[in-house]
Design a protein around this ligand. Structure first.
Ligand code: C2E
Ligand code: MG
Ligand code: MG
Ligand code: MG
Length: 275
């Protein structure tokens, strides 16, 4: 009996795996089709000064209006096209929308996310700069967000890439900072404008893990101070987190407290968001 039950469990497991495999194949096929459509859109989330909530820029976040599944978040599909290079193509669709948005005018920067794999492709910087140029956008208003992994797997190449972009006005900020395998000794070599403190630490600033999170944020602030750069706290959801971040020396913030990702950029002056 135990054996039979075991077999049943395996049968259930097999079925679940099969369904997951089919789901991924479906999504990949959908992704391939959707590349030529208009289902991929940029949502924009405000980034503000923690002190007075003044708007300094936005982060562009990828969304997919899927025919049947509704609005999909990156985590629901970004892994799917990873091996095929499809996600890089989707990224270019998003960057194109962002440079068009920049070309329309307005103030503040817009940052875009670049996956490590994408950043590694040798023509990334050139292609991005060409795109900016063609759109007639101001390169100083575009920023890229990369993670530490992207810097460390080929240091000389990453340096070249960042220097090229920077020399044309495109600055870089380090995303999800504190979660990676921070190679502190390398960091000063890279032209980085800003560190984005990962939202897990911001969430931890109030609650049980407070001492640990405070210690991490304090360490990040000390590092940023040494490097002479600013920080952005991610995932700021309440006043307590905003206050705690400010007290620790963080200058900027992003999170639901200031505004959710939305289809349009916010315009100055920023209204207090009560959502
Ligand atoms: P990320 O770059 O760290 O982006 C921040 C994530 O936190 C976003 O999730 C945002 O919606 C979410 N967020 C913002 N404020 C709050 C808050 O107050 N509380 C909480 N709990 N979450 C908040 P999203 O849009 O689902 O994106 C997830 C990740 O997907 C991003 O993390 C980024 O790594 C990646 N991603 C997003 N857009 C793109 C893209 O265009 N290209 C690539 N390659 N990756 C992207
Ligand atoms: Mg980001
Ligand atoms: Mg982030
Ligand atoms: Mg993150």
């Amino acid at each position: 009996r135990a054996k039979a039950a075991g077999r049943d469990r395996w049968a259930v497991f097999d079925e679940a795996m099969r369904e997951e495999a089919v789901r991924i194949l479906d999504l990949e096929a959908d992704l391939r089709r959707a590349i030529n459509g208009d289902g991929f859109v940029a949502f924009y989330q405000p980034i503000v000064r923690l002190g007075d909530r003044g708007l300094i820029g936005h982060e562009a976040l990828l969304r997919w209006h899927h025919d049947q599944r509704g609005l999909l978040l990156p985590n629901e599909f970004i892994g799917v096209g990873a091996d095929s290079g499809l996600i890089e193509e989707v990224d270019w669709l998003l960057y194109a929308q962002v440079v068009e948005e920049l070309a329309r005018g307005g103030e503040g920067y817009i940052s875009v996310n670049v996956s490590p794999r994408h950043f590694r492709s040798s023509d990334f910087a050139d292609r991005l700069l060409r795109m900016i140029d063609r759109a007639g956008a101001d390169p100083h208003r575009l920023r890229i967000e990369i993670t530490e992994v992207a810097l460390l797997d080929d240091v000389p190449r990453a340096l070249r890439m960042l220097r090229t972009l920077r020399s044309h006005g495109v600055l870089a900020q380090l995303d999800d900072f504190g979660t990676g395998f921070s190679a502190l000794s390398y960091l000063h070599r890279f032209p980085i404008e800003c560190l984005k403190i990962d939202q897990s630490f911001v969430a931890g600033l109030v609650g049980e893990t407070q001492p640990e999170s405070v210690a991490v944020v304090r360490a990040i602030q000390a590092l940023a101070g040494t490097l002479g750069i600013h920080t952005i706290g991610e995932g700021v959801e309440n006043e307590a987190q905003r206050t705690a971040l400010r007290e620790l020396g963080c200058t900027y913030g992003q999170g639901y407290l200031f505004g959710h990702p939305a289809e349009r950029v916010q315009v100055r002056p920023l209204q207090v968001v009560t959502r």
